[in-house]
Structures are given as structure tokens and as C-alpha cells.
Design a protein around this ligand. Sequence first.
Ligand SMILES: [Zn+2]
Length: 692
Amino acid sequence: MSARSATPPTAADLLASPPATPTPSARAALLRAVLTQAGLEYYRADAPSLSDAAYDRLYRELEALEADDPSLRTPDSPTQRVGVAVQSALGEHLHLVRMMSLDNAMNDDEVAKWEGSLVRLVGERVRTSGYSVELKIDGAAISLTYADGVLVRGATRGDGTTGEDVTANVRTIRDVPLRLAGTGHPPLMEIRGEVYLRFDDFEQLNAQRTAHGEPPFVNPRNSAAGSLRQLDTRITASRPLRFFGYQAVLPDGTTPARSQWALLEQLRGWGIPVAPLARQCHTLGEIAEWAHDIEFTQRATLGFAIDGGVIKADDVALQLEAGVRNDRTPRWAIARKFAPDIATTVLEKIMVSVGRTGALTPYAVLRPVEVGGATVTYATLHNFEQVKAKDLREGDVVQVVRAGDVIPRVLGPDPSKRDGSQHAWRFPEVCPSCATPVELDAGGILRFCPNIGCPGRQLEGIVHFASRKAMDIEGLSYERIQQLLHAGLIATAADLYDLSDDQLAALDRFAETSARNLVQAIAASKAQPLSRLLFALGIRHVGETAARLLARQFGTMPALRAATVADINAIHGIGEAIAQSVVDFFASDTGAALVDALAAHGVCMDEPNAVVAEGPFTGKTIVLTGTLPTLSRGEATALIERLGGKVTSSVSKKTDLVVAGADAGSKLEKATQLGVAVIDEAELLARAGAAA
Ligand SMILES: [Zn+2]
């Protein structure tokens, strides 16, 4: 039954095996199968086996066949997905079996209470057979009726008994199979699930709407529900709706599997998408662990909204035994609610922050709101293009989400809540910190303050200077730097080296010991190599890797400072943008003054691992093996690299030299076999010493 056990044929495979008798009906059936498979490959996988052109050609061929003989236009034909007819109103659909609603458990204790009552009802057996726990998708519930495996009806939940007939719209959802995969389908069955939108699709959809002057949607759930109920199915077809199934019911109220877990497997086998991260649990501890993992870890990267988990007694026989309360709430299942990950609040203000490289980033100041279990006041807005695309305005009622990132983001505004006082936001023309005119980067999207001396850059700049991968000054936290700037004790990173114990101890929240420790940590950072200092300076485009390359190649700060754009650009791995940025930095008053001040304070301006222009090992490939008497593996490697050599891990014909220590094994044997020269540590040091 499982569709996952064997690799299904691709659309190209299907096309390559035409029917023996090429009647129009057989050809149409082949085209339906090929196009359906191609659609799945396009939508669910990244490797379509047919080109777009081939798809279009086959699609038009099928359309022509169906136009010639309308009896060939079956309900599962891919031509029925596009949606053409405009309906005057939605019909009604009486659900085969009532669509239930679940009781809610707000926490682990309420789950335990529910589980206890279920055990009293059906006994300990429910624990032995276990529970199926699944994500609760925050979308629009639908019911799909399949007759002998063919989709014949799609309906909204409605009041649970009667829903709206949205068949034509459901057909346009590419996740919904028009014909179920596999064989042996029940004559009549309803598959229930949830129609939803992914956050990225939702944001893209809203950007398109804004670009066309249409109001954006409020949140993914509303837009999924609204899209399903469109009278013009072409509109539904244009929306990136998706579907997850979780239940199947037969007319007698039973389900076509012995357990919920087996049902999920069965649904997958039929080609119905099933939500990820479902698990089988046997104890309350396992259920709680699952719920916490989803709520606090997995949820952030799912890419779509969930509002909790659903816990179901796995054994269908026990489900029937436990029964339903008031004809609407099953006793064998419960919704474990999570704190909402989407919340509504007011976008009070759009502000712009200055990064250490001068990048200007808009961010939202929100009326404080609880999202995903935390109070949120700020949200990132990424860049001006996003603010424009989402049409965010100060004073808007907005939806905020904590998903895909630790930093919350604003999904979009609710334009219906506007009272006319909200106006389109304009990016400031000058830097909010130093009033220098804002510049656009080459890509035309990112804005930045070109003033290297911008005070707005100082805080972020000093935070970066002290950070672990830069000068690594322990105890110099963000708050401490803010405090020092505020007290007027520092203005640049170089001023850190003037700080005294007494100055710090006079500040709030500084004990004498911590003041002394911080001054010591700052002094210790003077010994950091040039590579770290270059990274710490926060030169635009100079990351850790570029800083290391520059330091190794030039060896000293004065050498780098004297270099031209062409000199720097000549280094492998350093592009022109970096080279120009380095030269600009040293040419600027602020950059030059900062470096001079650091040098005056005795900060190290050399790279111990710098490459010697011409060394005894230049162009040589060297292998280290065994334990050397005094040098560590790292020290020996650094020594060889500094003198122009390259250290590799295995011996080959290309190896020039092997340095062997105690307990040298197979590498030494190999070197002897290949006739590669072998030396010991003393010889290595002698050759290195001769060069120094
Ligand atoms: Zn500025």
C-alpha cells in the first residue's frame, strides 16, 4: 500500500511507454497520467522530468482531445485544475459524517486530566496501543469526497454538518490528488484536512497584491479560507494554497485503517500530503516532550502556522469504544494548544537602525504583544523594499509572527483597520544618527550611511570590536559598552585602552573586581594578531576570512596601509570591492585616526603567521607524521606555512618532504617507498632558522 516503498515512475517514464492501441481515449488517459505526475514533480520535488515546453505541448494536446470528445474530460483531468467557470453562489454539501470539533488542553496538566479520564473509560489498553500526536495546522478545514478514488467533492467545514461546496476551487490546489494513487479505494470516503499557505508564499502573495493596488491579506489562515470560497476559481487557482490530510471517514463512521498511525501511512500511500513531525507516544512524558520540542524548537522553522498539536488514541477500536460527547466532540482526541505564534498589534513607528558597517535597516516599534510565549516590542522589517511590498504604515494594525527566525517579523497590515491617518512610509533621506545623505548600494536595495565616523555606527562598531571572533574582550558586553559611551568615557574602540580601574569602579553596577578584570581583559587584547584586529575594525566587506588573508599576505598594518587597490586585489580570494573598501578605510580621517590611536596604545600590528615572500619551503608540499619532540602539529603547520610551504595530510608522489616524529606509521613507510625525503624536527627548525 505504501507509495514510499518503491520509486514511482516519473512523468518522462510514463510518456515513454505509450499504450499498445493509440485510441484517443487511451492517449487521453496517458496524457492525464503524465501531466498529473509532472505536476507533482514540479510542485513537491525540485527535479521535474519534463520541460515546461513539453508540459505545455502535452497539456494543449489533452485539451484538444477533450474538446473533440467531451466524454474524455474526466473529473481527474489536469485541465480541470485551472478553474474557468465563475459560479453565481456556492452550493451546500452535507458531510458524510459530522466534522467534529476538539476539546482544548492548554498545558501538560490538562492533557494528563484528559488522558486520565480516557483510561477510566477504556482502560490501560489505550496506553499500551499508544497515541498518535500530530501538528495542528492553522488553516481552513476541508473535507474531500472521493468516489472509487476520484475526487468528486470538496467542502468547507461549515457548521460541521453542512459545509459549502467548493469543489471547483479545491481542484485547483495542486497538493490535492484528483485521483488517489494506488488501488483498492473505498467506494465512498471523505478525507479531511487543512488548506494552508506557507509564510513565504503568503508574503509573496501580499507583495503581488500590493503591487497591483489590492489590499494585502491579514494572515495566512484568512487568506486560505477566503481563497477557498472564491466564486471565480481562476482566482483560487492563482493562490499558492497547500493541503495536509489527517483523517478519512467512511459512510458508516469508521475509518479505513486499524489505527491513526496506519491511516497516516495509508493517506501517504494514496498521495495525500501528511504534515511532518507526527510521532507515536505511549506516555504522558513522551507527549509533553513532543509538545515542548514542537512549540519551542521546531515551530520556528516549519514555514507555516500551527496552533498546537493533536493527540489521538491510536487504536481505532478504542476510539469507537470511547465515543463522542454531545455528538460533536470525540473523547479520544484532544487539541494541545500552544501560545499563538501570530499576534495582532499596532505598528507604532518605523525606525531605522545603523549597523557597524553603516547599513541602515528599518525596524518596527510595536505596541507590546505576546507572540509564541514572549513579549515582543520590536520586529525586523529587513529593508525598504519589504516595507513597500507589504505596504506597512505607521499606525497600522499588523500581524506579527515568530517563525523561521528568533527575531519576530511583521507579516503585514490589516488595511480594513485604517482610519485615514496612516500614510505610506518614506525612507529617511539622511542618516538618522549623523544626517549624512543616505546612499544606495550597487544592488539598489540596501541603504547605508557612508560616513565612517557616524556616531550611530560607534556602538555597534565597538560591540563588534570586542566580540569573540574579533578582539575577544571578555566581560565587555553590549550593555557595558552602552554604559561607557553614555558616561562619555569612550567614543571609539581605541579609547577602551585608556580606561582605568577607578573610572570603571565609579560607574553603576561595577564592583571593584569586575572593573579590574575588565581593564585587564582589555589590556590582554592588545596582543591579538593583526588578522583579528583587521576583522575587529569593521571595515566594510572585510569578514573573518578576508581579514586572515590580508594579515597573512601583508604581515603588518603599515604594509597593508601602504598597499594600493591593485596590490590588495592581487591576493587570491580578495575581490575589488574589498580592496577598494580597505583603501577607503585607511584614506578616511576616522579610519586613519583609529588605527593610529590603537598603535599608540601598543595594540599589536603584526601577524605572527604572515607569509614570508620567499621562504625555504616556498612551493613545497610537506606532510607531518608522528609526534614531534617540541612542536605541536599546529605550531609546525604554522611554521611551514609562514615560510611558504603547504601542509597536506597524505603522502603522494607530489609530496616534497615528510617531517617525521616518534611513532610515525604508514605515512613514513609510504614516503620511503616513493623515495620522498624525510627529515626530523631538528632539521625542520634548522632550515627555518636559516631563513630567519
Ligand atoms: Zn550616519
